[in-house]
Design a protein around this ligand. Structure first.
Ligand code: BTN
Length: 277
């Protein structure tokens, strides 16, 4: 079994929890950063902490996961060298559709990647694919998995993000269905996990405000960061895949798809494949 990276390499990109908390305080109130050298799944652990009464802003990160969770019960391959982070923001109110939150997280992550590239003197053009996959030129770069807990007066959401920072080994690539890429392969900019985390939390706090106060704007900005609208797509659902032209997303974040039988809304799926790229 070959590891993608040695422990030493990860030490070249250390995450200093206390420093991170100090910087994050500029953007969100009372951030707490927890970091583990390894764990099964940061989403699983943070969901357990939330159930036990932990409240946000709490961040849980790790250097590697043994049972990283992807959407639709897929696995998220999580060797050393990637960024694996789960975030618990404060309780979210019920006024806005909770189903839009994963889109807010995906948009915030794509904006953070773009910001961080500019900050490092380069550029990157990450694109969103419904529901919240992040692609760059060579393939999938990052993914988002949101899990929720319903409370009496709102929702607790654990937003998990995985970013491929360094190239994956061939062995790991074989475990993944999508074409995958990494930040280093897309732009050699000396990316750091701390830099990415700060950029992400900053954007996430803004986008969660939009989600609450002006969801229409969130929806518009999300569509502007997507690159499949007007294209023919195959939607991977649990049953038979559905094909049609992607028209947009509705106010709940569902995909509007024009099929031979008319326009239909798809609320949950593994993802989409663009057929006329
Ligand atoms: C996807 O399928 O695209 C979503 C992948 C989400 C992976 C992240 S890594 C950190 C967090 N912990 C997990 O177990 N999964 C998410």
């Amino acid at each position: 079994m070959m590891n993608d990276l040695t422990e030493a390499h990860n030490l070249n990109d250390p995450v200093d929890r206390k420093r991170l908390e100090a910087v994050l305080r500029r953007y969100v109130p009372g951030p707490r950063v927890l970091w583990k050298p390894s764990c099964a799944s940061t989403n699983e652990e943070l969901m357990n902490l939330a159930r036990a009464g932990e409240r946000g802003w709490v961040l849980l990160g790790t250097d590697r996961q043994s049972e990283g969770r992807g959407r639709h019960r897929r696995r998220w391959v999580s060797p050393l060298g990637g960024l694996y982070l789960s975030v618990l923001p404060p309780l979210l109110p019920e006024e806005s559709p909770i189903t839009l939150v994963p889109l807010a997280v995906g948009l915030a992550l794509s904006e953070a990647l773009r910001d961080e590239a500019v900050q490092r003197g380069g550029e990157l053009d990450p694109r969103l694919k419904w529901p919240n996959d992040i692609f760059a030129r060579r393939g999938k770069l990052a993914g988002v998995l949101c899990e929720t807990i319903k409370e009496e007066d709102g929702w607790l959401v654990v937003a998990g993000v995985g970013i491929n920072l360094r190239p994956l080994s061939l062995e790991n690539k074989r475990l993944i269905v999508d074409e995958v890429t990494s930040l280093d392969e897309e732009a050699d900019l000396g990316w750091t996990r701390s830099g990415l985390i700060v950029a992400f939390i900053r954007r996430l706090s803004e986008r969660l405000r939009d989600w609450k106060d002006r969801p229409e704007k969130l929806r518009r900005d999300w569509l502007a960061a997507a690159d499949f609208i007007g294209k023919t797509v195959r939607v991977k659902t649990g049953d038979a895949p559905v094909e049609g032209v992607a028209e947009g997303i509705d106010e709940n974040g569902g995909l509007l798809l024009q099929t031979s039988g008319g326009t239909t809304t798809i609320n949950a799926a593994e993802g989409i494949e663009v057929l006329d790229e």
